[in-house]
Design a protein around this ligand. Structure first.
Ligand code: NAP
Length: 298
């Protein structure tokens, strides 16, 4: 089996590395805050100090960090993956970052000495999808590299789709984020409206989740909203990072996205209220405040 490395062991990276271990891959991991790597070490992974060391010990390296500059530093920084590149190395970025920068990274990897291959393979499905190995994986890059990565992807996810060339996976992920954010707003408004109508919120949620108003957000976020549990999952700050990427790309392509612009502004209000590190579904709080109605079961 190919030796697999993971750089970035946050909410997503840690369970993904654990699933690669479970599938039998020899796994090496690192994390900026090295302390967070300990549980994976106890589960059988080798802990390396830097992304460079991870690359030296691996055939395939997965990066799962926050934003575009973070991917750049863990791949091309002085102690980055590129510094540990060797013949046959495949670097797969599974973070959500800029499609434009992703294409540049592929060009830089091909010009590296020695050169290495890249794929962009951002994911959807949230923390629960990462833990249960049920992620949707959107792949950009060459077919032959995807074929090689497929056994690893199958250990991490259920829906694996080759979207196109380098950057296409990231472009698809941004399209996904538009749907996620607007669905989240729909669920928030539905629950606040239902509360104002004086109807039972849990029964309302159940029946909507079984009909045409259902969505991943209705199934996964609404129960947490009703319980008043706003721990992340997927942080508001990360959602805003993604919507910023969407709106920047929409601006340069002259695409009008009124729903995304609105939901981005609502998330900004949430950040201003100190909710940046809460779960994405804390968007409910903004809608509650607008009408002074709390849609909670408690
Ligand atoms: P997270 O819990 O905040 O983890 C981020 C990880 O990146 C941490 O390990 C962090 O290290 C590392 N990191 C950040 N900046 C770095 C830098 N400059 N150098 C080295 N390491 C750095 O975030 P997450 O929820 O796992 O998300 C990771 C990526 O997946 C993001 O792009 C996010 O948009 C995407 N994503 C998330 C979800 C979700 O539901 N959470 C779903 C789909 C996609 P430290 O531990 O030292 O901070």
């Amino acid at each position: 089996m190919e030796r697999v490395g993971f750089v970035g062991l946050g909410i997503m990276g840690a369970p993904m590395a654990r699933n690669a271990l479970r599938a039998g891959f020899p796994v090496t991991v690192t994390n900026r805050t090295l302390e967070r790597a300990k549980p994976l070490g106890e589960a059988g992974a080798t802990i390396a100090r830097t992304p460079r060391e991870v690359a030296e010990r691996s055939d395939i390296v997965v990066t799962m960090v926050t934003n575009t500059p973070d991917v750049e530093v863990v791949i091309f920084g002085p102690e980055g993956v590129a510094a540990g590149a060797h013949d046959g190395l495949l670097a797969i970025d599974m973070s959500t970052v800029s499609p434009v920068a992703t294409r540049e990274f592929a060009t830089r990897a091909a010009a590296n000495r020695p050169p290495f291959r890249t794929l962009d393979a951002p994911v959807s499905g949230g923390e629960v999808g990462a833990i249960e190995a049920r992620l949707a994986i959107m792949v950009g890059g060459e077919e032959s590299d995807l074929k090689r990565a497929m056994p690893l992807f199958e250990a991490l996810g259920k829906t694996i789709v080759h979207i196109g060339d380098h950057g296409a996976g990231q472009a698809c992920k941004l399209a996904n984020q538009i749907a996620v954010a607007i669905n989240n707003l729909g669920v928030s408004e539905a629950l606040v409206f239902a509360k104002a109508q004086g109807i039972d919120l849990e029964r309302t949620r159940q029946v909507i989740a079984g009909g045409a108003g259902s969505s991943w957000a209705m199934q996964n976020y609404a129960p947490k909203m009703l319980a008043g549990d706003f721990r992340p999952g997927f942080m508001v700050d990360l959602q805003q990072k993604d919507l910023r990427l969407v709106l920047d790309n929409a601006y340069s392509e002259h695409v009008s996205l009124p729903g995304t612009s609105l939901v981005h502004a609502l998330y900004t209000a949430l950040q201003q209220d100190g909710g940046g590190r809460e779960g994405n579904h804390a968007l409910l709080r903004v809608i509650e405040r607008l009408s002074r109605i709390e849609a909670r079961q408690r």
